[in-house]
Each structure stands twice: as C-alpha cells, then as structure tokens.
Design a protein around this ligand. Structure first.
Ligand code: ADP
Ligand code: MG
Length: 212
C-alpha cells in the first residue's frame, strides 16, 4: 500500500498546500524523516540522492512544529549556494505561507540593506549561505540564540566548498536548546564528523540510490 502524507502525521492544512503543489505522495526520504521528526526531539542525519525531496523532508515538519511567531528567529537553514537558498526559501514558504511565517533568504551578491530590512521586519526562519549569515551575525542583525532548529542542507557540497570553519563559527552563535538536522546527497567522513561533533545523539536515515 502506498504511504500517504496523512500517514506521516502531517497536518491537514499543510497537506492542502502539498496537493496544490501537485505532490501526490511522499518520497522515501520524507517517509523516513517526517514521522521521526514529528514524534520526538532527536537530531537527524538524512542521506538521499539529489532530487529526492530532502527540502520537504525537513521543511514540512519544521513548519508544522513552529506554532507561533515569537519575534525571534526559530529556525535557520544553511545552504551552499544562493540559488539553493532561494529554492529552499521558496519551498518552505509554500508550506508556511498559510501560517504567516516570515521566511527570509540571506546570501552574498544581493545588497545587504534589502536583507537587513527583511530581517528587521521579523524573520521566523532564515535560509542562507554561510558567509552572509556570519556577516549579519557580526553586524548584530541576526540573533541565533533562540533557535529551535538548525539545518545543514547539502552538507557534502558545503564542506566541498570550504565552508567548514564558517559552519563551526555559526554554530558557536546558536543556543544549546535546539535540534540539529543535517541532510546530504552523500555521507563522506567529514560530514559525519561534523554531525557527530556537534549533535551528540542523533538518528540516521538513509535512502539507497536506486540503480538504473
Ligand atoms: P533534494 O534536496 O533531495 O535534491 P529537493 O528537495 O530539491 O531535492 O526536491 C526535488 C524536486 O522534487 C523539487 O522540485 C520538489 O518540489 C519536488 N518534490 C519534493 N517532494 C515531492 C513529492 N512528495 N512529490 C512530488 N514532488 C516532490
Ligand atoms: Mg536539496
């Protein structure tokens, strides 16, 4: 029998937005991740190939769990490139729009005043590239001390691009009371190393690449 979005514990409100997007059923990484995320408070490492729906695997349960605006940033997603930051922001906004959550993309190459204004208007979730995130932290325009969720997206790419020190520095600026999520198409040792160093306990979900 096919697994449905209802089976995963996703709220009817969010399911409506998924149907509008044309999503008919969850992908394997979503089937593994979403119930695990929603049923407890574990940190999660998720591996599944590119194009397998990893964004929704973390994006849907984060949006579902954020029940009210607090006036502080509650979740941050770090991505390796500005294109991915925009994509993840758009995808999370499509689930989160109904809740009125303000999801703000921040990345290099765009004039910083635009992003400063967006943050000042009250960001609930920030999606950004490491360099710009650090810049905004240093300017005291981005406060990550009250985070509930910290996501490293496309972690293998992020390490390939040399963002390891930036990631470590950003983690130093976050509070202790957060869940960490790390998603990647591949799981080389350095990615696991980062996860182990900063996560302590975690659950690992992995979807084997289907051979063609
Ligand atoms: P990944 O991060 O694993 O590379 P994405 O999260 O970017 O993959 O998703 C790839 C594409 O699949 C996107 O266009 C996304 O909107 C779409 N998608 C994700 N989940 C589903 C689903 N359950 N049904 C249909 N399309 C989906
Ligand atoms: Mg992705």
């Amino acid at each position: 029998m096919t697994t449905t979005f209802q089976d995963l514990g996703i709220s009817d409100r969010i399911i409506q937005t998924l149907l509008l997007k044309g999503y008919e059923s969850p992908t394997p990484i979503q089937i593994q991740t979403i119930p695990l995320f929603l049923s407890g408070d574990c940190n999660i490492i998720g591996q599944a190939q590119t194009g397998s729906g990893k964004t929704a695997a973390f994006g849907i349960p984060i949006i579902q769990n954020i029940t009210e605006k607090t006036g502080r940033v509650q979740a941050i997603v770090l991505t390796p490139t500005r294109e991915l930051a925009i994509q993840v922001c758009d995808e999370m906004s499509s689930f989160g729009g109904i809740k009125g959550l303000n999801i703000v993309p921040v990345f290099g190459g765009q004039p910083i005043p635009i992003q400063l204004r967006a943050l000042a208007a009250g960001a609930d979730i920030v999606v950004g590239t490491p360099g710009r995130v650090i810049d905004l932290i240093h300017r005291k325009k981005l406060d990550l001390s009250h985070l509930s969720y910290f996501v490293l997206d496309e972690a293998d790419e992020m390490l390939n691009m040399g963002f390891i020190d930036d990631i470590k520095e950003i983690i130093q600026h976050t509070g202790d009371d957060k869940r960490m999520l790390c998603f990647s198409a591949t799981m080389p040792k350095p990615v696991l190393g980062i996860a182990k160093k900063y996560m302590g306990q975690y659950e690992m979900v992995s979807v084997e690449k289907v051979k063609e």
